[in-house]
Design a protein around this ligand. Structure first.
Ligand code: ADP
Ligand code: MG
Length: 348
């Protein structure tokens, strides 16, 4: 059938699930990753290990594929840009560049008249002296953060003395939102005003790491509609192709804020594998490979729990699960604390 060789940069669980979805569509995946033990090795057709700046290895990868996509945003822009001169990279590298930097990302969202948290750039420790209004806040590295890595909660200026923060990196200070809830919206855009959108997903974090997701989200109609409308607006404005996720905060006064955009498939959308006719992964593959867009249908409500660190162990030892539950083991070699090892989706 399609016979496409799809290159994917990044070999984590998202790369694995993209590979599984591609296989169903008769598309071969070639994964490039800088981790020799990348879990997606077990799911893809071919695996190439190399640094994201290794020009020779990247060339070897590019020669094997028809087009390239990615499963995480922290890939050097130059690498994506160079690849794009030879084989098409989707989503386009400029989108990645904009989103991988928390300041340009938030500036972009605000230009669309969409609300974000209050934020300011911090380049030196002393910059915080003029930013009283942003406290209590969270100081985040402008680049390379995920799962709460590179983040510091700051109640007062004094906290800076006890925290050993490396100011050779750039930061953003965000005012803390008094959270009532967090939700995310996943949309797959196929072209101008052509997209499939999943209903808002309610998310619960523990230690800044996603722990639970569920549909339906317990939110009012205005938030349901507004979060979808903002997500579509963002995808259209970026002229995005593929699956994208917008993470939102809802504060105690029911105000909606965009927290961040993930230019990729997203952990909160794992439940789409079992709860919809087409998962976020399959839709991503369909969009980037210009395959048919099929109308989305929800099959069931669902909840997902991430298995973090050694929570995976009892399930690996054949802990019984119910008939309406689906267990996913990412087959990561090493069990580490705070590492996402697998998940369970329950249809409800
Ligand atoms: P990451 O890139 O690591 O996912 P996020 O900016 O999404 O970083 O932060 C992770 C989590 O930390 C959020 O989902 C939320 O629970 C909490 N958090 C981050 N920023 C704020 C904020 N400004 N106010 C309240 N909670 C926040
Ligand atoms: Mg996040």
């Amino acid at each position: 059938m399609s016979g496409i060789n799809l290159g994917i940069i990044g070999g984590g669980q998202l790369g694995s699930m993209l590979s599984e979805a591609a296989k169903k569509l008769n598309i071969k995946t070639i994964i490039y990753c800088d981790d020799i033990d990348a879990p997606a090795k077990n799911f893809c057709e071919q695996f190439i290990y190399g640094d994201y700046q290794d020009k020779n290895k990247i060339r070897e990868f590019v020669n094997k594929v028809d087009l390239v996509t990615y499963e995480f945003e922290n890939i050097p822009f130059e690498t994506l840009n160079e690849i794009n001169k030879i084989k098409t990279v989707i989503p386009k590298p400029s989108v990645n560049k904009l989103i991988q930097h928390r300041l340009t990302e938030k500036d972009f969202i605000n230009k669309l008249n969409i609300r974000t948290t209050k934020y300011a750039s911090v380049e030196r420790k002393t910059d915080i002296d003029a930013l009283e209004d942003f406290l209590p806040g969270i100081l985040k590295t402008t680049t390379l953060g995920y799962d709460g890595k590179g983040q510091y909660r700051i109640k007062s200026k004094q906290d800076l003395n006890s925290l050993n923060i490396d100011f050779s990196k750039g930061y953003i200070l965000e005012k803390l939102v008094k959270l009532k809830k967090e939700i995310s919206v996943i949309v797959t855009r196929f072209g101008n005003n052509s997209y499939e959108i999943y209903e808002p997903i309610e998310n619960t974090h523990e230690d800044q790491i996603l722990k639970y997701s569920k549909i339906p989200a317990e939110i009012n109609k205005r938030l349901f509609d507004e979060s979808k409308e903002w997500s579509i607006r963002i995808a259209e404005e970026l002229k995005y192709i593929g699956t994208l996720c917008v993470e939102f905060f809802i504060d105690r006064n029911e105000n909606l804020y965009v927290n961040e955009i993930a230019p990729r498939v997203h952990n909160s959308g794992h439940l789409t594998i079992n709860a919809y006719n087409i998962s976020q992964f399959e839709n991503h593959i369909r969009a980037v490979c210009s395959l048919e867009k099929i109308p989305l249908k929800k099959i069931s409500n669902a909840k997902m729990i991430n298995l973090i660190g050694n929570q995976i162990i009892p399930y690996r030892k054949n802990l019984k699960i119910d008939h309406n539950q689906f267990f996913f083991d990412y087959q990561k070699k090493e069990v580490k604390t705070k590492r996402k090892m697998g998940h369970i989706t329950t249809l409800i």
